[in-house]
Design a binder for this molecule. Sequence first.
Ligand SMILES: N[C@@H](CCC(=O)N[C@@H](CS)C(=O)NCC(=O)O)C(=O)O
Length: 215
Amino acid sequence: MAAIKVHGTPFSTASARVLATLYEKEVEFEFVPVDMKAGEHKKESFLSINPFGQVPGFEHGDLKLFESRAITKYVANEYAEKGTDLVCGDSKKKAIIGLWMEVEAHQFDPVTSKLTWELAVKPMYGMATDKAVVEENEAKLAKVLDVYESRLAKSKYLGCESFTLVDLHHLPNIHYLMGTEIKKLFDSRPHVSAWIADITARPAWSKVLAMQKQQ
Ligand SMILES: N[C@@H](CCC(=O)N[C@@H](CS)C(=O)NCC(=O)O)C(=O)O
């Protein structure tokens, strides 16, 4: 069986999503660091994997993929029998999981990515945070989290009663935002707060954080 290669950096939220999935599925892979500061992701060798010049890139034999959520779905299905079942249930349950994956991608990710950029990434590079962008997206996130609070009051995890890709996809942005003033939005919602404590304690996620520390 051909080896899996993940091209990226564990600090990138999209790369971290793929790494967490591989660790959950207990699938071996080779990590190929991409030096984004040196612009390696815009060079021809990387563009042959992701023509948009963004990490992560993924290779499994002659299969080349990009877009983190497409990669995590491939890994979860290809290795269905290994590690954690990340897609649980019959087709109706899978439809609900699909729905919440769309919610993460279209409601949660756009606002949390902006907040992560403004509050976690920009300060690391000595750049000034745009307070207006924070205010606007904080208000949007509060509304999204109200929906999550009500969903999590009825279901232990967002997709179904067990941990799935839906929950995993949230981990990277939550990780960054828990170190910022946005933490208060999560902490003030008891079911959201318990869900975050649960999903961030997963051993697979700790392995991604350990990769960040090694870089
Ligand atoms: N939707 C893409 C987003 C990929 C993405 O935005 N990657 C960022 C790092 S998290 C990147 O490569 N940024 C550099 C750039 O856009 O030039 C995915 O989920 O894979």
